[in-house]
Design a protein around this ligand. Structure first.
Ligand code: MN
Ligand code: MN
Length: 470
């Protein structure tokens, strides 16, 4: 009798298992091996442009070809397209006609950071500094007094493109936003945290040696401009046509004595970008055409020519359909879209033992319990979310369970605690079944975000099983 009750309990109660309570040695090895590749990607891809570059490199090594160079396409073929160096879209052509739908996984490769202003260089109190404008949702106080590197491109007046990456090698100099000493911070520490550091104080320290010339007005600024000109041919006006991003300097690290966690900048959303990328690179030939898109501008609302709301994705589908079928009518496109499915691959929040009060324990993701599925994001009364259809969730959880994917349901915090969004709603607006599904993160948007290696691996397995769905 007692046994029967136990059995029935097992069947009836929704239990989320810790992956390590069930993992054998082989799975543990897979988890830890995968994390090494993941960290290498994080170190090489700190910006959207670098992420695209790395993705294309890995894709080409895995047999993907540029769509532009393909005369014709057949099932099993692997192709990629890029958009303005900031999006990459990869396809593996399926057995079924593309109008029967694609299986799309969409992640973003932009992360919160400090962008240089278009006219950034100035001098004050004998120091040379660079003005910044923060990008995405940051807690500004987290970005002071840590080493920062500078990544990006500058287009010179003659059109030449200069690529910068300063601060990642141990021998490189780094930059830093200075902060007030506690001894003199009486007024500062009384302010609410969001006001403690003002946006206009997020200036990067960039030098201190003045030129020895009485006639030059701003002597330290001159030295900085001279260095930039001699090293990169950059003049002050060239910053107008530049995109330079200050991000935390240094590599991804193992966190914890058991090395079970990854600590790094930019895991929102490079964790889903990398796992989605690896899933499409490693997958076997699919029934439905598999698509993986890595987009920019999610952190600022997905607008612009490189955000998900751009026409890039839709026109790519039309181009691909034309190449496969000879033509693509509006009816073909509509059919393709309504038949398509998408996992919106973005991070979720993991319950933090320091701040359990913002999470509702029954509906929150926990570290080491698998890929986090979010039926809806948004805020207040589900404002700003597409809210995935139950029919689609039913399909997805079946696929995950059949493929040994540990998964857990999650919400983005307590009902009244705040909220957020992903690209899901914009994909769903195209009439594509869409579900948020990604890795749970601690310290999201901080300069050093934490994920679980086991969850990262399960996210990869989730996307791979989705692509390989029959
Ligand atoms: Mn995100
Ligand atoms: Mn984010």
């Amino acid at each position: 009798m007692e046994n029967e009750t136990r059995e029935l309990e097992k069947k009836l109660v929704y239990a989320r298992k810790n992956i390590y309570e069930a993992a054998d040695e082989a799975l543990k090895k897979d988890i830890f091996d995968f994390a090494e590749d993941y960290k290498a990607f994080l170190n090489a891809a700190k910006t959207e442009r670098e992420s695209v570059e790395q993705a294309v490199k890995l894709a080409e090594a895995a047999g993907f070809r540029s769509f532009k160079e393909c005369e014709s396409l057949k099932p099993g073929d692997k192709v990629y397209m890029t958009n303005r160096s900031k999006n990459v879209l990869l396809f593996v052509i399926g057995q079924k006609n593309i109008t029967e739908g694609v299986a799309l996984v969409g992640a973003h490769i932009d992360s919160p950071r400090l962008d240089l202003k278009p006219n950034p260089v100035f001098e004050a109190e004998g120091l040379g500094l660079l003005k910044t404008h923060y990008y995405g949702g940051i807690k500004k106080y987290q970005w002071t007094a840590i080493p920062l590197s500078l990544h990006g491109v500058v287009f010179l007046n003659d059109g030449r493109k200069i690529t910068l990456n300063i601060g990642e090698n141990d021998c490189d100099p780094v930059f830093c936003v200075t902060d007030l000493l506690p001894h003199l911070a009486d007024e500062q520490v009384k302010k609410p945290a969001y006001q403690a550091i003002e946006g206009e104080k997020l200036n990067l320290l960039a030098g201190s040696i003045p030129v020895q010339d009485e006639e030059v007005k701003e002597k330290v600024k001159f030295t900085i401009l001279k260095y930039l000109y001699e090293t990169y041919s950059i003049t002050e006006e060239d910053f107008a046509s530049a995109e330079l991003e200050a991000v935390p300097a240094g590599n991804a690290r193992d966190v914890g004595l058991d090395r079970s966690l990854v600590g790094s900048y930019g895991q929102d959303d490079r964790v889903c970008a990398y796992t989605a990328l690896r899933a499409i690179l490693d997958m076997k030939e699919p029934q439905y055409t598999a698509a993986c898109i890595l987009v920019d501008k999610e952190e600022t609302g997905s607008a612009g020519s490189t955000g998900f709301k751009s026409r890039f994705f839709e026109s790519a589908l039309v181009q691909l359909t034309e190449k496969l079928n000879g033509s693509c009518s509006l009816a073909d496109l509509n059919q393709l879209l309504v038949n398509s499915m998408c996992l919106s691959a973005d991070v979720s929040v993991a319950v933090d033992p320091n701040y359990p009060e913002v999470s509702e324990p029954m509906n929150s993701a926990y570290i080491n319990r698998g890929v986090a599925i979010c039926k809806y994001t948004g805020s207040r009364g589900k404002g700003g979310t597409s809210d995935a259809n139950a029919e689609f969730l039913s399909k997805i959880r079946k696929v995950f369970s059949e493929n040994g994917v540990f998964w857990q349901m999650s919400e983005l915090g307590k009902v009244d605690a705040g909220g957020g969004g992903t690209i899901a709603q914009f994909v769903a607006n195209m009439n594509i079944e869409t579900l948020d599904c990604g890795t749970a993160v601690l310290s999201m948007h901080a300069p050093f975000e934490i994920t679980s290696k086991a969850d990262v691996y399960m996210t990869y397995k989730a996307y791979k099983s989705f692509f390989e769905m029959q």
